[in-house]
Design a protein. Structure first.
Length: 170
């Protein structure tokens, strides 16, 4: 018999990593619809990336950066949770801080016993995936629970090839 964890066919706790980008807002709508349909709790997690001190300019003290980022995240999470409550969806949220965004998300998945993860393909990381890889890709590879990956809309910067297909760096 396998040691693999089994998950119920109907989710009871849905986890949504959210960075407040348009694609993660769309994922929030989908996750809220699923939570409403299945009467599941929706857990929102925002991860503030901690930068090595050698990359933070001396003009932005680390403590101030973290405080402002946490206030921003908590404010936006409160608005999301209020909207969810008005729809009758139970929710919880947390703000995490760490060097490994995907690792932080994985810790929350395990800690909160998520039985479904909803994640969008592109957030606010910009050039970050070129250097470090996609956070969504890492979650897809590492998550042991079912996962719904939502493809983001194509950016306006998509290049058209001779065949007419859009070609992006991602």
């Amino acid at each position: 018999m396998s040691d693999a964890q089994t998950f119920p066919a109907i989710p009871t706790r849905i986890l949504l990593p959210i960075d407040f980008s348009p694609s993660s807002q769309a994922a929030l709508e989908m996750a809220a619809d699923l939570a409403e349909h299945f009467r599941a709790e929706l857990y929102l997690v925002n991860v503030i990336p901690m930068f090595p001190t050698t990359t933070i300019p001396d003009l932005i003290p680390e403590g101030e950066f973290l405080r402002e980022a946490r206030e921003f995240a908590e404010s936006h999470l409160a608005k999301c949770r209020a909207a969810l409550t008005s729809r009758g969806v139970k929710s919880k949220s947390s703000v995490e801080v760490g060097n490994d965004v995907a690792g932080n998300i994985m810790e929350v998945i395990e800690r909160e016993h998520a039985d479904l993860v909803v994640i969008s393909t592109h957030g606010i990381s910009g050039w970050h995936p070129l250097i470090f890889g996609s956070i969504a890709e890492k979650i897809v590879k590492l998550a042991q629970c079912p996962l719904l990956l939502l493809r983001s809309a194509k950016p306006d910067t998509a290049v058209q090839t001779v065949s007419g297909r859009a070609s992006e760096w991602w």
